[in-house]
Design a protein around this ligand. Sequence first.
Ligand code: ADP
Ligand code: MG
Ligand code: MG
Length: 898
Amino acid sequence: EKRVYFFGKGKAEGKAEMKHLLGGKGANLAEMTNLGVPVPPGFTIATSVCQEYESNKGKWPAGLNKEVDENIAKLEKAMGQKFGDNKNPLLVSVRSGAAVSMPGMMDTVLNLGLNDKAVEGLIEKTGNPKFVYDIYRRFIDMFADVVMGCSHSNFEKAIHAAKEKAGVENDNQLSAEQLQDVVEKYKAIYKKHVGSAFPQDPKKQLVNAVNAVFGSWESERAIKYRKLNKIESLLGTAVNVQAMAFGNMGEGSGTGVCFTRNPSTGKKEFYGEYLINAQGEDVVAGIRTPQPLKSLSKAMPNLYKELTTLMTKLEKHYKDMQDIEFTIQEGELFVLQTRNGKRTAAAAIKIAVDMLKERLINNREAVHRVTANQLDTLLHPSFDSNAKRDVVAKGLPASPGAAVGQVVFDAEAAEKWEAQGKKTVLVRTETSPEDIGGMAAAEGILTVRGGMTSHAAVVARGMGKCCVAGCSDISINEKSKKFSVAGKTFKEGDWVSLDGSSGQLMAGAVPTVEPKMSGDFKKFMSICDKVRKIKVRTNADTPEDAEKAIGFGAEGIGLCRTEHMFFEGKRVWYVRQAILEADNYAEMKKELAEADTKTDQQKIKSKYSETKKNFESALRRLASYQKKDFEGIFKAMAGKPVTVRLLDPPLHEFLPHDKATQSEMAKRLGVSLKKVKEQVEKLNEFNPMLGHRGCRLAVTYPEFYRMQAKAIIEAAIAASTPKKKVVPEIMIPLVGHVEELKIVKEEIVDEIKQVLKSNNTRLTYKIGTMIEVPRAALTADEIAAEADFFSFGTNDLTQMALGFSRDDVAKFTAKYIEYGIYKDDPFQVLDQTGVGKLIETGVKLGREQKKTLKVGICGEHGGEPNTIDFCADQGMNYVSCSPYRVPIARLSAAQAAS
Ligand code: ADP
Ligand code: MG
Ligand code: MG
């Protein structure tokens, strides 16, 4: 069993496809080596070993040690150097890297292999004692911090003191002697905190470092990151051991990060930052402020050309924007990492559209270049350009967006405040991986130090979160929870606004506006439409919603809830009047049916004359309101299909429950307060969601559905044009038994026939049903015989399948998710195992009965990417979701199809 994979001298044992085993970093180091990119040689210990290490309780599996030794020997040969040599020592970095990139999650140790002897050898070889002592002190610090758990801050104090004593500001201004002195201090600190002398044996250093990388996989912050990003099914992290390239050997050396396109805007340009005379971490850590990549073209023109040629080559090869780490060692270029670069939502769209134009990728690939979350951020508000801005400082526009919130100074507070429903802006000197939870909780992030590729910037872009970095104008006191700028002081809890696109920090809460779609956005969405198979409809109750959804690309209405209209303006009083008389009206009908003689009938009619008048006139009024509503919607949809769901909630919801409104109701309807109260009492239910609602209402009071059917058909007639006939789809909710559907349908069809007859016209219409009661899904074959279409109402279906009351679920879902009972909130992400089984059964049985049965989904889940993927798999015809989710649904549907 092979556990270690070598790369070097133009040949590697691994390749890009082996990410699962070698991690992203290792697989790409191998791939680049094979491509002939100048990569320092090294070897990768596979991710599977991390798992073995875990299950062996921290012991190496048999055979690993031998394989590592063989690879060290190979590396020594490739470099012409030897571990711990007193003439030409081999120095390596030990780097983590899992299959999924987790920025800054696990720590890297640089300059490993240095000891007192190697230091002498290296000074002799380079003639550069300053450089050698610099990397030795870095190594002791990193090794202590990452491997031995002795905090970096212990060493910070010592170097700070040394700089103060020397009267210099930056680390690299210390002389060789001063650095040598720092090394001695560091060793003493190491011994004091760790309890033993700094290890001199390079192999021992290596083993400890490898174990630390493995151990970090289970560190709190790594676990948190994986949980937050729902990263599962990874074996562990790989360990890359790689010969060092030194960016800190003087003014001819340096290190940097570059992108093949601009990660903020997506513009096709070389982009990046670098530092002269610095080592890897320095750029990211924001210790010094880096130079823009462009200035390298002046400082080192040949090298710049070589680098940009490589950038182009790597992008062509990977067919995606690359994020590349490089180091220049005395004029020689080395590439240390490449990966698909993180980018803002706007950049993702532009890059996908551009790369398609450049024929680097095809449609099916393009739709996978933007995530649903990214698209979501584009549909969010930005600052109102007319609003007054009290700009107090400007930093780097690290990740776009508009954040308005109250200032907090630590991640913990951000998380705590979010839990209380507050919006925050996290303000920090710089962020570190420990802050991830707080960054996710905050609306935006502001840092004092660090560039466009600093931790805060990279993570925020990944999260689609607004970030302003390197805002050095502000002076911050994290302890006393204050920062000041431009003569103003901000305390914890003060409101500020952050503009991630301009880098502005503003005092107070600046108003925001709705988003506008760019040309690239529209182009990208049309690519999605070409690729996807499943249609996307919207849930819309008003003409305004319908229009908005059409703007977002909806192809129809999958769910128009009629009851929302019942509350508008005066009409609720007619609804209440009808409810008040409904029982008497039913009683009247019953008595009439039982009456034997004409005189008896006459008597009954006069007894109920008030009831009949009130009930029927209330319904007539409602019908005319509803007709107008539906006409508006049909017109807005201009011939696109519209599914109207008939009355669903329990009648109780329409009655007033406070005394004042009850009195008003009594007065308006000319009845006693007592009668109103009695009716409220009578309609009260223990489990209203499982009570008298949906089609059950129509079984007892068919007049409500008849009224609605009449309104729908009349509206359809009015909205039809000779060219475009409206084909209304009438949907009956909460059916659980085919007999329910039959009874209700018969009434509706009878009403429709009357309407068509009196209008002397013909019209095609459809009558279908929601599948939201588990029994309906299980007997879908019987139901399909009576239905023209199915729409899975997954909110109720989830509620009834799980037995979780939608309205009470908040009390326990958090714990359920924490314990992993359900992976996600089942009301947000469809429970595919359970509820999904009901859907699968429903679709299968329904289509067995009726091959042409149209099937869709209209619950909250209809706009959720995983659920859309599932629905596409089930062969549904469409998903339906809220207007703002429509673009996301179009994207998810395209991704599901490719
Ligand atoms: P991360 O995943 O946090 O970026 P890396 O393993 O990529 O961690 O390393 C951290 C920094 O150290 C990077 O800037 C990288 O380029 C640099 N680095 C890693 N290995 C070497 C090496 N062998 N020579 C020079 N620099 C290195
Ligand atoms: Mg890296
Ligand atoms: Mg329902």
